[in-house]
Ligand binder design. Structure first.
Ligand code: ZN
Length: 73
């Protein structure tokens, strides 16, 4: 697996959507590639931050009402 493939699979890797074989391949690459390692570290930090802020700012029942209105329309 090269750096290009890592960038393609980055989000799936962070979201743990990759198969076990692919995870091994990604981690093997991260082990010897500081650039990709740093990229994964940075991106997963951003994703965590965005998700936390999103849930904090949005009241769950407001979101639920929005989903229900979408489903009804
Ligand atoms: Zn790399």
């Amino acid at each position: 697996m090269d750096c290009k493939e890592i960038t393609y699979k980055l989000y799936e890797y962070i979201d743990r959507e990759l198969g076990p074989d692919e995870v091994v391949e990604v981690e093997k690459h991260l082990h010897h590639c500081p650039e990709c390692f740093e990229l994964v570290r940075f991106e997963s930090g951003v994703i965590k931050l965005v998700r936390r802020d999103c849930c904090k700012d949005q009241a769950p029942d407001a979101l639920l009402r929005k989903i229900v209105s979408i489903l009804r329309s």
